[in-house]
Structures are given as structure tokens and as C-alpha cells.
Write a protein of this length. Sequence first.
Length: 341
Amino acid sequence: MKLSVLVLITAFSVALSIGLVNYYFQHSWYFMLISFGVSFFTSFIVFYYLLEKYIYSKVVLIYKMIHNLKLGKDLKDALGEYVSSDPINDVEQEVKEWAGAKKREIDVLKKQEQFRREFLSNVSHEFKTPLFAIQGYIDTLQDCLVDDPEMATKFLKKAANNVERLSYLINDLDSISKLETGEIPINFQKFDFVGLAKEVMEGLEDNARNKNIKLSFKEKYTSPAYVKADREKIRQVMINLVQNSLKYGRTNGSTAIKIFELHDQFLIEVTDDGIGIEEKHLPRLFERFYRIDSHRSREEGGTGLGLAIVKHILEAHQQIISVRSTLQIGTTFAFTLEKIN
């Protein structure tokens, strides 16, 4: 409601009350109209002045401050100063929206802070494990270098393995950082995804054979499925997903790759019949270093960054990845790629 309308209604109410009281005592329409007119004019001037000076001007100022804060400096400069025609009502809505946005922002910041703490803790732990192992092997190596050369060689190999693990960790962290900042370019090209998937399966046949896991296409794909993407980056995505299924798949189980043709995309699924994942873990599965079973994950090897890299690569392609899983039944990772003729 505009200020003038609000003051008009208030002044009318006061003047009508005074006029009716005057008529009650004097029983004269003439004096009633005079008292009504004088009261209305006086009330309107006084109320307008008081409300404008002490309330309305401050409400407008608060509204403008909140409105400008919501817009931000660049948008405010582009649009210029904005004054609402009804700030008394609008300020309530603006405050509610602003308070809601700030609450959401605070919630996001709290989650980011929690993620940062967990990430630093995980990084520290992941680096400490091989470093302490290397330190222990070197200390032992110094003691038995002369007396037991065979044992010294054994510890030297173990130290070398942990150095290699550290190297993998650093390279994976570097890859994620570069993907986030866009330093690693995405070289889009047309290629046949079916051919790439078969190459990945052939490269991981030995790993699958060691666990007696069968790798296959769920359906027999004879025709090419051409996509527009970075072939080497998608190869890395497929290797990470298939390796993940082999790590957590059951012995004598299977891992299948499926392709579904959508309107302008291909949906690719990597499915295993392994141990599965509890539902509570699914939302955090693509976080860096997030492990469902830390002990088993480290026994199986890997840096704990494979799924995070997969997510970042697909986001760089402006595509999505999802996961669904049931305990003791299996897990399916699904992602999309742009289809091209």
C-alpha cells in the first residue's frame, strides 16, 4: 500500500470519528461537516509528515539497502537506483527472500567447511601411511644392508612401492585440481564408443581373470555408437569405473557394459554383481578420498580419487554421472555422452 493511501485512510477514519462525536453532542450536520473537514485536513498533513519523516523514509532506505545487496554491485550499476512504488509491503518480501538466501548460503558454507576439514584429514592420512612405511623400510634397510643383502633388497622394493603410491596420489590430486580450474583442455572429437569400450575391456582382461570375473557387453553391439567427447578422458572414465567394479565385485561374478540410445545422447552403464553399497554412502561416493570400507579399500590399492576424477571429467564434458546400488546384489554407475551422427 502506498504511503499517501495509508495516510488518507487514517486521516479519514480520525475525521469521521471526530465528526460523528460532534454530531452526537450538537445534532448539527453543518458543524459535523466543518469538524470533519478540519480534522481530515489536519490529520492528513500531520500523519503524512510524521510517517514520512520518522517511518516511511527509513523503510525506503532499508528496502533500498536490501534490494541493492541482493542485486550486487554490477547489476545495480547496470539497472541504476531502483525505488519500489510500495516499499512497505515489498520490504517484507525482500527481507524474507534475503533471509532465506542467507540461510541457504550459510548451510552451504558449513558443508564446505566440514568437507574441507575431512579433506585435509584424509590427505594427511593418505600421505602419512606411505611416508611412515618408507621411513620404516629405510631404517630397517640401513641395519641389514651388510648382514642380510636379500632382506635389504626386499625392503628396498617395498619402499619403492610406497614411493610409487605417493606418486599416484600426487598425480591424481594434480589432475583433479587442473580439471577444476580448466587447465586440462577437453579435446572434443568424434569416435566410436563401442570400440573404446572393447579396448578398455581387453586391457583389463588379466585383472578380471585374476578374480574370475567375466567382462562383457550386456547386449551384442555390432553397430558403432558415435559420440562427441575427449577420447582419452573417456577412456580414463571407463578404466576407473571397470577397475572399481573389479575391486568390489564378487569372485566368479560379472561386470557388464550397457549402452542405451536416447534422443541426443547415449546412456552408458557399468554394472557389477558385487557386494553393493549402502544407500547412506551413495551421496558422498564421488568425494575425494571418501571410502566406504577404508581397510579393504587400501588392501585393494588405489588412491581413493578415481571416482572423483570420473565426476570431474564428465562435468568438464557438461555431462552427469549417477550411481544406484543394492547390498549383496550389485552396483551400477551410469553416465551420458553427447551422440553424434
